[in-house]
Design a binder for this molecule. Structure first.
Ligand code: B12
Ligand code: SF4
Ligand code: SF4
Length: 323
């Protein structure tokens, strides 16, 4: 007996997904420069699942405004993205248990697949907007061996260049608000200018962007939270006083700190040297002399990004802080 589409959706809904769309395998396009993973079966449908993420209740402050609290900061969306990753893994296992082969596709263009699966529209900040949750979503895409009727694509005739959704052309709030001018005002982005691109990249952040990192450990959402098209239904969560976010724990994190971080935002971020590299920039932005001893130790670790960031931070604290 073939498994109906409704059954796949029932499983997704039970796990917390708010939409599911289906498109044809030719709309699963590889990320530029990334070869497509060979699948152990012939994919007959592509399934895109969407789960809402979060905004902080007190709304994200622009990263350059370093507050008094002695802790780093991160975009609340990463909590939701971590949950979505785990829940979509559960979805895959339950679909497999029905006799359908399924594989997660991480190295494909998720927004394009979701556009073709009719799940949302493309806006000038380069994000996909769903009706219910705007761009505060996480998309997960799977290839499956069962054949289903594809959904109607939403405004996406050309996979290389989606049409911009109405309302975007005259607004430009995201373009004006981006601290680095990364958005080109036509729907494209210069990733080398995007702050998020430099966080946790493993490479030194260009000097001109280091102060703009403020106390942000991971994520930038300036071009999202200024957008008037974000619906009020976006999930709101309260910040907590997480010990793993405190500077005293982040500069030289213990295994417990990294474990707690991994549980909250995903193990792929809880990597010692990546954490230290970003935290060194934050320490420089806090401009507190008490960070000099750990920064001096980081200056001599065997990681060129960590040591360069630590050197920059130490010099700033010693000679360049505002009065
Ligand atoms: C690499 C990457 C980044 C890079 C580059 C982002 C970018 N906009 O290219 C960096 C590190 C900067 C980044 C940042 C963020 N990211 Co990111 N990222 C990715 C990743 C892994 C690949 C994206 C990519 O390179 N696609 C390649 C392009 C060619 O494919 P595409 O994006 O599908 O293609 C569409 C557009 O490029 C468009 N297009 C291309 N050129 C042009 C030109 C014009 C004029 C027009 C109109 C359209 C257009 O047409 C295509 C649609 O058909 C995806 C996950 C994935 N596997 O797709 C997440 C993903 C896009 N990121 C996501 C998120 C949430 C973010 C952040 C908000 C996280 C944060 N809070 O910091 C920021 C937002 C920054 C921003 N404004 O984009 C979500 C987006 C959800 C959504 N609502 O769209 C994704 C889908 C992850 C997920 N699992 O949900 N990200
Ligand atoms: S801020 Fe304005 S231009 Fe930018 S994505 Fe939102 S509606 Fe479009
Ligand atoms: S994520 Fe931040 S730096 Fe990147 S485009 Fe948006 S506002 Fe600009």
């Amino acid at each position: 007996m073939p498994v109906s589409r409704e059954i796949l959706w029932d499983i997704a809904r039970e796990l917390g997904f708010t939409s599911m769309g289906i498109t044809a395998p030719n709309h699963a396009l590889p990320l530029p420069g990334t070869p497509m993973k060979a699948l152990p079966f012939e994919p007959r449908s592509i399934v895109a699942l969407v789960m809402p993420t979060f905004k902080w209740a007190d709304s994200a402050s622009p990263p350059e405004k370093a507050p008094e609290k002695d802790a780093a900061e991160f975009a609340a969306a990463y909590i939701g993205m971590n949950t979505t990753h785990h829940k979509s893994g559960e979805w895959m296992e339950r679909v497999r248990a029905l006799g359908i082969q399924a594989e997660r596709l991480s190295a494909i263009r998720s927004k394009t697949a979701a556009l073709f699966a009719g799940l949302g529209e493309y806006r000038m900040n380069t994000l996909l907007y769903t009706r219910e949750h705007g761009s505060y979503i996480c998309i997960q895409v799977f290839a499956i061996s069962a054949l289903y009727e594809p959904d109607e694509p939403a405004r996406c005739g050309n996979p290389e260049r989606a049409d911009l959704a109405p309302g975007c052309v005259g607004c430009r709030r995201c373009v004006k608000a981006c601290p680095t001018g990364a958005l080109d005002g036509k729907g494209g982005i210069d990733v080398n200018k995007c702050l998020r691109f430099h966080m946790f990249s493993g490479k030194p952040t260009p000097v001109e962007y280091r102060r703009l990192m403020g106390r942000q450990l991971i994520g930038c959402e300036v071009c999202q939270f200024v957008c008037p098209m974000e619906p009020p239904t976006v999930g709101i969560i309260q910040r907590e006083d997480w010990p793993w976010l405190r500077m005293e724990n982040l500069l030289e994190p213990s295994t417990e700190t990294l474990d707690a971080m991994g549980k909250a935002i995903g193990v792929n971020y809880a990597r010692l040297r990546r954490v230290q590299a970003q935290t060194a920039l934050i320490a420089g932005n806090f401009c507190r002399r008490e960070y000099l001893p750990p920064l001096k130790r980081l200056m001599v670790v065997n990681d060129p990004t960590v040591s360069e960031h630590a050197q920059w931070a130490a010099e700033r604290i010693q000679y360049g802080c505002p009065e």
